[in-house]
Structures are given as structure tokens and as C-alpha cells.
Write a protein that binds this ligand. Structure first.
Ligand code: E4P
Length: 217
């Protein structure tokens, strides 16, 4: 399973990259705003800065909601850097845009996916990634991980090449459960990735090894 980090914070992206397990980055307009990145030019420059830190795919989201606007924006984003994947919302014009980009060889990430039907449409249109938001489903008492399982089943039935990018991952158990289910990618905060490191027996075991080494020297 690929690990993407879901942030526009350059320091966190660098930290995850230095850990050596980072495969890409996802951003969205809210994450950009959180870092104080505003204005078209600053946002475009920030995407390039992210691409220069990480080796893998970087999702850059369009803000237009009509086909013409999404195409214009998406083409501009795709030209910024070869690592850019154009993030397109799951709406009717979004599906048309994904099909357009797919025919032109521009890779897309279909975002704001909350159902199997939406995931099926995204795959049919040729999205490189589909992003079901598991945390936001959990937030409204709906099983987000179950959606990942169902999409996995559907995609495997027909050998769709669209990668399932489990998004809105909130914590470490989400990461582990996504891996069990067979999500192709998960995107979450640095804390969810770093949580994988933790076990008290590792800490106490290491402390004992170091203590015993000191005794013998
Ligand atoms: C996906 O690409 C989104 O950026 C993200 O995962 C949304 O997560 P949230 O529900 O924590 O905002």
C-alpha cells in the first residue's frame, strides 16, 4: 500500500519524505488555506515546491465546477510538473472532465467520493485514483472502511486500473485496516503514519538492551 500525506505543510511533507516511506501527497483547498497559501500564483508555486520535496504523485485540486473551467485549470495544473495529478470533484461535469483528461493522458484523482456508485463512475471515466473519504463517513455514523471493501470488490470484479486512495484517514488504525482490506493507497496526517512506529514493548525492550550494554562496559 502506498503512503500519501494529506497536507500542504512543507515541514511535515519533508519529515515524511525523510522517513523514507512517502509515496505522494494530497492537498485540497482547505489544506492550502490552513497553511495560509492564497492567490492563484502562490498556490501554483506551492504545488511546485511540494513536487520538489516528494518523489511521487501530488494531487492538485481544481476549484471550478463547470467542465470548461475544470479543463482550463486542470491543463494548467498538469503542466506545472510531471508529478501533478489533477484532483476533480465527483460531480457530473467532473466525470466529463475526468474522461477528457484520461483521453489526453492527464492523470486524475476523483475526490469527494462517498458511495460505490460514484466510485464505479470514476473508474469508468478513467480516473487514475478514486478518493473515498472514510473519516467523513465515520463522522456521520457510516462505516467508511466498509466502503473501501465494497469498492475493492467491484474494481477486482472488472479489473479496473483505477487505484483506491483511501482518503480522510484520521488515525493509525485506519491505516492498518486499509492495508488489510487492500486499498492501493492511503492518505492521512503525519501522526497516523508515525503511530505505526509505536509499541511499549519496543520502548521497554530497547531501554533494557541499552541498560544491559552499559552494565557490561
Ligand atoms: C483527500 O484527498 C482529502 O484531502 C482529505 O483526505 C480530506 O480529509 P478530512 O476529512 O480529514 O478533511
Amino acid at each position: 500500500m502506498k503512503f500519501f500525506i494529506d497536507t500542504a505543510n512543507l515541514a511535515q511533507i519533508k519529515e515524511a519524505q525523510e522517513l523514507g516511506v512517502l509515496d505522494g501527497v494530497t492537498t485540497n483547498p482547505s489544506l492550502m488555506a490552513k497553511e495560509g497559501i492564497t492567490g492563484r500564483n502562490n498556490i501554483l508555486k506551492h504545488y511546485v515546491d511540494i513536487c520538489n520535496i516528494v518523489d511521487g504523485d501530488v494531487s492538485a485540486e481544481v476549484i471550478s465546477t463547470d467542465l470548461k473551467g475544470m479543463i482550463k485549470e486542470g491543463e494548467e495544473l498538469a503542466e506545472l510538473h510531471e508529478q501533478i495529478v489533477v484532483k476533480v470533484p465527483m460531480i457530473k461535469d467532473g466525470i466529463k472532465a475526468i474522461k477528457y483528461f484520461s483521453d489526453k493522458g492527464i492523470r486524475t484523482n476523483c475526490t469527494l467520493v462517498f458511495s460505490c456508485g460514484q466510485a464505479l463512475l470514476a473508474a469508468k471515466a478513467g480516473a487514475a485514483y478514486v478518493s473515498p473519504f472514510i473519516g467523513r463517513l465515520d463522522d456521520i455514523s457510516t462505516d467508511g472502511l466498509n466502503l473501501i471493501s465494497e469498492i475493492r470488490h467491484i474494481y477486482d470484479n472488472y479489473e479496473f486500473e483505477t487505484q483506491i486512495l483511501a482518503a480522510s484517514v484520521r488515525h493509525t488504525m485506519h491505516v492498518i485496516d486499509c492495508a488489510k482490506i487492500g486499498a492501493d493507497v492511503m492518505t492521512g496526517p503525519l501522526s497516523a503514519i508515525e503511530g505505526l512506529l509505536k509499541h511499549p514493548l519496543t520502548d521497554s525492550g530497547l531501554a533494557k538492551f541499552l541498560e544491559d550494554y552499559q552494565k557490561g562496559n
